[in-house]
Design a protein around this ligand. Structure first.
Ligand code: MD3
Ligand code: FE
Length: 200
């Protein structure tokens, strides 16, 4: 598959075949049955349009008191374990010899988007982040390491894998929009993004 580099963000187009994508969707369904998808409130009091859950030792959560990695879902239950098949993708794609602490699950229904941000809530920003896209195609935007600078955009399609390491790890990025009806992977449409992170 082709590798595209945008400001140090490497996107491996078509990295996962349809069977691998379908089995990841089943893994996500299992995670979301245990730890339901949630539209978090930001510290500023806005409701995010992306719904989230997680697997692993910690999951990213947000509420009026702030955002952070937490050991439990807002319901109080521990996050389910990261499935072995997802850990093996992490090892194969990153070469990192320790498991990630968090598999964050983002679900974009029609109209959901994610504003430009940096990922810097993790304790050690030198570990890579791995992202897997499933379902509808998204317009992904990447800038540099300062807010408001020039940006480039790229379509993230089902089966694409993005590796964020080096300069790309601190790049500003976001999801402008999801192209409704662009994939038949998810029976009810929408887009899933998995991000694997060492939180430390
Ligand atoms: C670049 N997710 O969860 S994935 C996020 O599609 C997030 O749901 C988007 O941004 C999504 O934080 C984008 C690609 C991605 C993920 C993590 C990154 C790009 C990144 C971390 C650093 C730099
Ligand atoms: Fe991010």
């Amino acid at each position: 598959s082709d590798a595209i580099d945008l400001n140090g963000v490497t996107v491996l187009k078509g990295r996962l075949d349809r069977a691998a994508q379908a089995s990841l969707v089943e893994e996500v369904r299992t995670i979301a049955r245990a730890a339901p998808l949630t539209a978090y409130e930001t510290p500023g009091g806005r409701r995010m349009s992306v719904r989230m859950t997680a697997a692993g030792r910690v999951g990213w959560v947000s509420d009026r008191s702030g955002y952070r990695y937490a050991p439990t879902h807002p319901s109080g239950i521990p996050w389910p374990p990261i499935p072995a098949s997802i850990l093996s993708i992490w090892r194969a794609e990153t070469g990192v010899d320790r498991d990630p602490d968090c598999c964050l699950v983002n679900y974009y229904a029609e109209g959901a988007k994610m504003g430009m941000h940096q990922d810097r809530d993790e304790g050690d920003l030198s570990w890579p982040v791995l992202s897997i896209s499933l379902g509808d195609t998204a317009r992904f935007r990447v800038g540099g390491t300062t807010r408001g600078g020039p940006t480039q955009s790229l379509l993230l399609e089902s089966g694409d894998v993005a590796l964020l390491s080096g300069a790309g790890r601190l790049a500003y990025h976001g999801i402008d929009r999801v192209l409704d009806g662009s994939s038949r992977l998810l029976p009810n449409g929408g887009r899933i993004n998995l991000t694997l992170r060492v939180v430390a």
